[in-house]
Design a protein around this ligand. Structure first.
Ligand code: MG
Length: 405
């Protein structure tokens, strides 16, 4: 059998590692041909040993030298090593890759993912930021080349499954479920004092830092609303969010006759990854089955937009359109990093984003240049807003006790 080539952008991250695990369980029908990593050379060396890709990319020349030093000590043939964004683009467009798993964090994977779509590859998309930044360019590129986008984000993967066999006109609305994050039942003051460690305590999913902090502010769900718009072509008014703390129902679709179709499963990203790789086929695996009796009851509630303003900001960005989602996404990434670095509080994140959005001159997204310019300008604006906040807000000066370290 001719093995299908897989390229992974972000191979040493949480989704990347799970992808390689899934590829191993699927046996000989898939073969890893290219891996794009960041700075985690240790992990990458192990991945090269196990999967023998033809090409790998790392973040910097230093990482490349370190990797080559380690590989040369071995007797085995080793892959070509590429560097930086150009390296990730080589991974994303590798001639023997039929499917590219886009699993880098934040804006880094944007151009490589776009290039993969332009070259007609199936993209298993875990990096929602790429669709938020430039959904129009991404979907247009996929349409032109005939490339498929298969969502790996659990909610969108669920909706993709719920929509199998339904026509667009039969769908009333999409209902994205949200766990509510670690602060679902906490008041505003607890959120103000929240440490990075507390914000990282996601109740149901084990994920990377950026998406976990986004889940704590509900910005993750906001980004997912925009992602759903681009993946499935529904307007903001037809995409709802419902808080469901158990995360058993991964999302739902309401049809025009009132029927609601839900997709359920255990909270393991391997399910969504396997679906995206093997679609339209289904295949057995060794993942644990869903045991509903272990839950007894499932709960649903409306999201609290007052305590979680990020969700409202995302709806505003989607309704306004143009470059506003791009600017929002960039400001969020900068603000989340500032929180992780101990510069601002968790509750400052929406204020920084709103300030950047209020001052952003919205333009149509008609070229890659517009997206990249907007991204850069919004990052600078967010950093400026963070500096200004630290200056005027004494709680942020020297008082990092709330960070718990
Ligand atoms: Mg998700």
């Amino acid at each position: 059998m001719n093995a299908k080539g897989i390229a992974v952008l972000g191979s040493t991250g949480s989704i990347g590692r799970n992808t390689l695990r899934v590829v191993e369980t699927l046996g000989e029908q898939f073969r890893v041909v290219a891996l794009g990593a960041g700075r985690n050379v240790d992990e990458l060396v192990e991945q090269i040993d196990r999967h023998r890709p033809e090409l790998v990319a790392v973040q910097s020349d230093e990482c490349s030298e370190e990797l080559l030093r380690r590989l040369r000590r071995r007797e085995i043939a080793f892959p070509r090593v590429a560097v930086g964004e150009a390296g990730l683009i080589e991974v994303a467009t590798h001639e023997r890759a039929a499917c590219v798993v886009s699993a880098t964090v934040g804006a880094v994977g944007f151009v490589p993912t776009l290039r993969a779509l332009e070259t007609g590859k199936r993209v298993a998309l875990a990096n929602k930021e790429t669709l938020v930044m430039a959904g129009e360019l991404m979907t247009r590129a996929a349409h032109t080349s005939g490339a498929e986008i298969l969502p790996v984000d659990s909610e969108h993967n669920a909706i993709h499954q719920c929509l199998r066999g339904e026509t667009r006109a039969e769908v009333q609305r999409l209902i994205l479920t949200a766990s509510g994050g670690p602060f679902r039942t906490q008041d505003e003051s607890a959120m103000q004092r929240a440490t990075v460690a507390e914000a990282m305590r996601h109740p149901t999913w084990s994920m990377g830092a950026k998406v976990t902090i986004d889940s704590a502010t509900l910005m993750n769900k906001g980004l997912e609303v925009i992602e759903a718009h681009w993946l499935f072509g529904f307007d903001a008014d037809q995409i709802d969010v419902i808080v469901h703390p158990e995360s058993v129902v991964h999302s739902m679709v309401e049809l025009i006759d009132g029927s609601v179709i839900a997709q359920m499963g255990v909270t393991d990203m391997c399910h969504a990854i396997q679906y995206a790789l093997t679609y339209p086929k289904r295949q057995g695996n060794a993942l644990p089955p869903l045991d509903l009796t272990g839950f007894g009851a499932l709960h649903f509630e409306a999201p609290d937009l007052a305590r979680f303003p990020c969700l409202g900001l995302a709806y505003r960005a989607l309704r306004t359109g143009g470059t506003l989602p791009t600017a929002m996404n960039a400001a969020n990434e900068v603000a989340v990093n500032a929180f992780i670095d101990g510069r601002i509080r968790l509750t400052d994140i929406p204020h920084i984003i709103e300030r950047v959005m209020d001052r952003h001159p919205v333009r149509p997204v008609d070229s890659l240049g517009v997206v990249l310019d907007t991204d850069e300008a919004a990052r600078i604006a967010a950093l400026t807003a963070i500096d200004a906040l630290i200056e005027v807000s004494p709680i942020n000066i020297g008082d990092f006790s709330y960070l718990g370290r």
